[in-house]
Design a protein around this ligand. Structure first.
Ligand code: AMP
Ligand code: GLY
Length: 421
């Protein structure tokens, strides 16, 4: 079959690698892809929000399956557009992707269906939000309602910071229309765990757990980023936590969406906080995490196409997901200055060193070919993943492999998966 993957980051590279392993797949296309994905797929110069061009391409090329893994096109309704055009596709439709597209929608759903999450209030009016702050307890968390590249979340220690935050989000519109509404939420303390799952509308099957490092600097300092590294599994995701979430979070969310007339089909990502009062949902995403996919997918034993087919056909209950009994670590190589300002177009050398290593992967995030040379083309440039018997071995292998590649301004966190066990 012919598969089209929409996107061009490290996550899409990990998806493409997984798809390429399926004996059912003859040809992979990726729009727009990147220099690494180009080794597995034919990259097509169409942007993920160019719906008509994507549909035209999928028809001309007789695509059998389109996989959409990015938030913007999902929330914008690309799945609906593909379905209308008769193209078989995997991902939540626009009504279901609201779970990621609107934080107040997600919070209201959790409240209505008693899914554990932080206490909150939603606002569409800045005056009301400012008034609420006067009597609130600190620290607290401000969240722009819509998509903001993971940056629309502000943790405020006092009234002054919070007022400035409301000003930025709702009045100055720092995150654009994402700030037309906002959520003000209780600050929670605990370990974070990411759990990804496949969902067919009714049935949910969770994958192995992971943990992301969101801040730019070592020791969780600096600005929030898309993610600077991950490891999988998380030893903090114990059997007890899993049992609790199976009972109160996972199926409850899927059932709630179905009850609301928004059945969710696709990848559902649970950002969990393990608080002293039990696990609580921090956020939902309607797609694979990036760089969670880069540690979870290499450990998956199933044929991903079989699982995706089961999701689309409503037969996920027939599938048993299995993961290797090992561990994986991903270290993101970024361009210094990310997530604020960084240089593009810097030549990357040493990439051939990753060929033919079974347990070491160089996932491209922001790269492209220019005149026969791979150059940087984004803040997060590469994600180096490695598998090992345990997290310590995977970590050692991943960090060793970060040395094999060179580009100017290469920057990474040095504490990914450090002191975990
Ligand atoms: P989100 O995009 O909602 O996951 O928020 C981004 C990050 O902000 C999370 O991964 C947490 O580290 C932090 N965060 C979000 N909400 C809270 C909260 N209620 N309490 C503490 N930290 C939070
Ligand atoms: N790494 C978190 C995310 O993809 O949103």
């Amino acid at each position: 079959m012919r598969v089209l993957i929409v996107g061009g980051g490290g996550r899409e590279h990990a998806i493409a690698l997984c798809v390429s392993k399926s004996p059912k797949v003859k040809r992979i296309y990726c729009a727009p892809g990147n220099a690494g994905i180009a080794g597995l797929a034919e990259c097509v110069a169409i942007a993920p929000m160019e719906f008509n061009k994507l549909i035209g391409f999928a028809k001309e090329t007789s695509i059998d399956l389109a996989i959409v893994g990015m938030d913007d096109p999902l929330v914008g309704g690309l799945i609906d557009a593909f379905e209308e055009a008769g193209i078989r596709c995997f991902g939540p439709n626009q009504r279901a992707a609201m779970l990621e597209g609107s934080k107040s929608f997600a919070k209201d759903l959790m409240k209505k269906y008693k899914i554990p999450t932080a206490a909150y209030e939603s606002f569409t009016d800045a005056e009301q939000a400012l008034l609420y702050l006067e009597t609130a307890k600190f620290p607290l968390v401000l969240k722009a309602d819509g998509l903001a590249l993971g940056k629309g979340v502000l943790i405020c220690q006092n009234l002054k910071e919070a007022k400035a935050g409301v000003q930025e989000i709702m009045l100055d519109k720092k995150f654009g229309t994402a700030g037309n509404a906002m959520v003000i939420e209780e600050f929670m303390v605990g370990r974070e765990v990411s759990v990804l799952s496949f969902v067919d509308g009714k049935t949910i099957k969770t994958m192995t757990s992971a943990q992301d490092y969101k801040r730019a600097g070592d020791g969780d300092t600096g600005l929030n980023t898309g993610g600077m590294g991950t490891f999988s599994p998380s030893p903090f995701y114990t059997k007890e936590v899993e049992t609790f979430c199976n009972k109160y979070v996972y199926q409850a969310t899927v059932d709630a969406m179905a009850a609301e007339g928004r059945p969710f089909q696709g990848i559902l990502f649970f950002g969990l906080m393990l608080t002293k009062d039990g696990p609580k949902v921090l956020e939902y995403n309607a797609r694979f995490g990036d760089p969670e996919a880069q540690v979870v997918l290499p450990r998956m034993e199933n044929d991903i196409i079989e699982v995706i087919d089961a999701c689309i056909d409503g037969k996920l209950h027939q599938v048993a997901l299995t993961f290797e009994d090992n561990a994986a670590v991903c270290v993101v190589l970024a361009s210094a200055g990310y997530p604020v300002e960084y240089e593009n177009g810097l030549p990357i050398s040493g990439l051939e060193a990753y060929n033919n290593h079974k347990d070491i992967y160089c996932f491209h995030a922001g790269t492209k070919w220019v005149d026969g040379q791979v150059v940087t083309a984004g803040g997060r440039v590469l994600g180096i993943s490695a598998k090992g018997r345990d997290l310590a071995e995977a970590r050692q292998k991943a960090y060793a492999a970060t040395e094999w590649v060179r580009f100017e301004n290469k920057y990474m966190r040095c504490d990914i998966a450090e002191n975990i066990q």
